[in-house]
Ligand binder design. Structure first.
Ligand code: PLP
Length: 403
């Protein structure tokens, strides 16, 4: 597809751009047209009848749009996968994967803890449509082996997972799953292709919420699924043509603009997150910090291997979560108290364990114990942005008191 021999910084800028543009432009242009005129004798008009939608001429924007296609080329190059399907949001990408590949009677195994929307979709909605779903701690291969059924078709992992920042040993999981003829999808939103490339570790599908670090500016939603051409073709024809999960050309353009600076943003945000994590770890009011870049991370050997840069997300625990959340909302001058992550501005939010366990997950005793090991009664989750570490630490001093 695109030349992936360049380094990630260069790919982030150039993949998907053509030097043969009629006006020899350097920046991508936006093709807003929803439809394209065609010859009356031109081929099939049912997405499912076409072997590869990406090889047909542009016809209608929900099948393919030139600007979205440029973004897809860049995403495929960054993740080192054959193809990519970009769509309206991260949730759209996950729904596209589940409904694109699973049918009634299939079994789906998901991470016991992942993005709450994904857990809720899988545990509450999919069973209504006849898809069996269960969850396992995917870091524990014994648990995975026990959870597998003869009809298991897909294992969905999130690494690092939200909000625990627990990693999945993707290589080990995929090696095992492929022996059982099971596909593995990995939601790599927290990692970005700069910090981990799940496909190079064996994952069949790599999913991102492009809303987060990839766009990076908090002003456009998007999602993508990357993987082998045949799998992506199936997902594209169903989700693009039938589910209507189409990404707009304008948002594709914004996301490409965001990806131009992804390597620099990640480098800066990871370095700052490491500094903030170390500062928090020695603060008397902080009971525990979970950050994959710290030696204290419960999976530090795996983190060193597949996630050495540590990422830009961290959580910490305090005695009085409510008071600290309140201080973030009312006293902070740099952090914003807000959901989401991966934006240029740093965000903080309190995530209490009990409501999440009640509303979003379905954990057994063993899984609950592991949850408590990472999150206690609740955490403050920090999504580190591009401000200086000094200013963020000053803000944390205002919120928590001096260290
Ligand atoms: C935000 C997020 C999603 C959902 O993405 P949207 O673009 O908000 O739909 C899925 N997975 C993870 C890990 C996320 O952080």
């Amino acid at each position: 597809m695109t030349d992936t021999t360049f380094s990630a910084n260069t790919i982030a800028l150039n993949a998907g751009l053509s030097r043969n543009h009629p006006f020899r432009v350097l920046a991508p242009d936006i093709t807003m047209s929803i439809n394209h005129h065609f010859q009356p004798d031109q081929g099939a008009f049912s997405a499912e009848q076409i072997d590869d939608l990406t090889q047909t001429d542009y016809l209608y924007a929900s099948w393919m749009n030139p600007t979205v296609r440029q973004l897809e080329r860049r995403l495929a190059a960054l993740e080192q996968t054959e193809d990519s399907f970009a769509c309206a949001s991260g949730m759209a990408a996950i729904t596209a994967t589940f409904l694109g590949l699973l049918k009634a009677g299939d079994h789906l195994l998901i991470n016991d803890v992942c993005y709450a929307g994904v857990s809720e979709l899988a545990l509450k909605l999919l069973p209504e449509w006849g898809i069996e779903v269960s969850c396992a701690n995917l870091t524990n291969m014994e648990e995975v082996t026990r959870a597998i059924r003869p009809n298991t078709r897909l294992i969905h992992a999130e690494s690092p997972c939200n909000p625990l920042l627990r990693l999945t040993d993707i290589q080990r999981l995929t090696h095992w799953a492929h022996q059982q003829d099971i596909l593995v999808s990995v939601d790599s939103t927290f990692a970005t292709p700069l910090l981990c490339q799940p496909a190079t570790l064996g994952a069949d599908l790599v999913i991102h919420s492009l809303t987060k670090f990839m766009n990076g500016h908090g002003d456009a939603m998007g999602g993508c699924v990357n993987g082998h051409r045949s799998l992506i073709q199936t997902i594209r024809s169903r989700a693009g043509a039938y589910f209507g999960a189409t990404l707009s050309a304008q948002n594709a353009w914004l996301i490409m603009r965001g990806i131009d600076t992804l390597p620099l943003r990640m480098q800066q945000a990871c370095a700052t997150a490491a500094q903030v994590a170390r500062w928090l770890e020695q603060h008397p009011k902080v009971k525990r910090v979970i950050y994959p870049g710290l030696a204290s991370h419960p999976q530090k050997a795996l983190a060193q291997k597949i996630f050495p840069k540590g990422g830009a997300m961290l959580t910490f625990q305090v005695d009085d979560l409510d008071a600290v959340a309140d201080a973030f909302a009312h006293k902070a001058k740099v952090f914003y108290y807000a959901f989401s992550l991966g934006h240029q501005r740093s965000l903080a939010v309190a995530l209490k364990t009990q409501p999440l366990l009640q509303n979003s997950y379905s954990l057994n005793q063993e899984q609950l114990a592991d949850y408590a090991r990472y999150a206690g009664d609740g955490v403050i989750r920090l999504a580190i942005g591009l401000e200086s570490a000094t200013d963020l630490i000053a803000d944390l001093t205002t919120i928590l008191g001096a260290s």
